[in-house]
Design a protein around this ligand. Structure first.
Ligand SMILES: Cc1ncc(COP(=O)(O)O)c(C=O)c1O
Length: 362
């Protein structure tokens, strides 16, 4: 028996279409023609492979990642674009590394301001002051902005200061929170003359007033829709991740018999069942309900029963199938958004999970 690489351990495969990624970036330019683009490539580019995504997103003006380690990995890989760390630094050692590597930091708390005021950095870093206009995650309060801004702009260790905030409801276009957040941000930025950023994917496509100087697309780059009522294809986006596997068995299960763990699906008639080599160990959601679409030979079949670690079952009624046939879990033939809805989830989560399960194979 020869030793095998992790690539050969799995039949389920994730393939990344980098041309689609580049085309989606082009769409961002069309939607926000007058803004710079901060491409969000955190969480391994939403499961698509951060380093290869960064190389393809050459036309982005800058990159955003969540954590310092992601920024270091980009710099080690030769990335020379501006990189913004959304969580910022969490100690002086990280701040010094940012300075040495030319990495920009989000500043969202007093501790970070204190570090910047006290440090002796080799070179000053750019800072993005994050304002909490209603998300109540990271960010300083609106009434603290003037004081933070004044101290940062005078600080010897700070090169340029920019302002940013983040929507909590931008996937729902008509929502009072969006308008409240937007007007709150506009009030703040009226007092200062610096570059500002607010819009994520949903706001890029539906709230042009929030574009300002820099937009921050994430999910739209990867070809999924942030909206429930519009598909990615209708938005002009192309799927980047193709998640596929194969049929490993076909059998007839009699009426009255149940399928899979805990008997969550019982056959109301004799059913031809296909077993697919993909499960939650491959990053497919265990929360996928019976009825979740799975594509095989030009048809969408229903998933039936509970998803197992390395297999799932589908209803092959009316489908001409044989063992070894290609099965698409999502990708060109079936949108990840549609699958996500059946899992009570969102494309973001599905893409990250499948990408993480297959990262060793890239
Ligand atoms: C601060 C920030 N900006 C932009 C984005 C990109 O959002 P989306 O993927 O919805 O475009 C994210 C993603 O979570 C984020 O946290």
């Amino acid at each position: 028996m020869t030793e095998q690489s992790p690539k050969q351990w799995r039949r389920a495969k994730v393939k990344i279409n980098l041309d689609a990624l580049s085309s989606n970036l082009g769409k961002v330019r069309e939607y926000a023609a007058n803004s710079q683009i901060m491409a969000v490539i955190k969480a391994d580019a939403y499961g698509h492979g951060m380093l290869s995504a960064a190389k393809v997103l050459i036309d982005a003006d800058m990159f955003a990642v969540a954590m310092p380690e992601e920024a270091y990995a980009l710099r080690s890989d030769g990335c020379t674009k501006p990189i913004i760390v959304l969580h910022g630094f969490s100690n002086v050692t990280e701040l010094q590394a940012f300075s040495e590597l030319g990495i920009s930091s989000v500043v969202h708390q007093q501790f970070q301001l204190d570090c910047l005021l006290e440090a002796k950095l080799a070179s000053a870093i750019d800072c993005w002051l994050k304002i909490d206009t209603g998300m109540h995650r990271l960010g300083i309060q609106v009434d603290e902005v003037d004081a933070y801004y004044a101290q940062l702009s005078m600080c010897f260790n700070v090169a340029d200061v920019f302002l940013m905030t983040h929507f909590s409801h931008s996937d729902v276009t008509v929502n009072i929170n969006n308008y409240n957040q937007l007007s709150s941000f506009i009030n703040v930025i009226n007092n200062v003359d610096v570059s500002c950023s607010m819009a994520n994917s949903a706001a890029i496509m539906r709230l042009p007033k929030s574009h300002f100087d820099v937009v921050r697309p994430g999910i739209m780059l990867y070809g999924a829709s942030p909206f429930k009522d519009v598909t990615a294809a209708e938005l002009g986006l192309q799927p980047v991740m193709q998640f596929e596997s194969m049929l490993i068995d076909i059998k007839v299960v009699k009426a009255g018999e149940s399928i899979g763990y805990s008997s969550t699906f019982t056959c109301d008639k004799d059913i031809t069942v296909g077993v697919v080599a993909a499960g939650y160990g491959d990053g497919y959601s265990r929360h996928a309900k019976s009825g979740t679409p799975v594509w095989l030979n030009d048809k969408c079949c229903d998933l039936i029963g509970r998803v197992s670690m390395d297999s799932l079952c589908i209803d092959l009624t009316g489908v001409d199938a044989k063992i070894g046939d290609r099965v698409v879990l999502w990708g060109d033939e079936l949108s990840v958004d549609e699958v996500a809805r059946s899992c009570d989830s969102i494309a973001y989560e599905l893409l990250c999970s499948a990408g993480a399960a297959h990262s060793a194979n890239r």
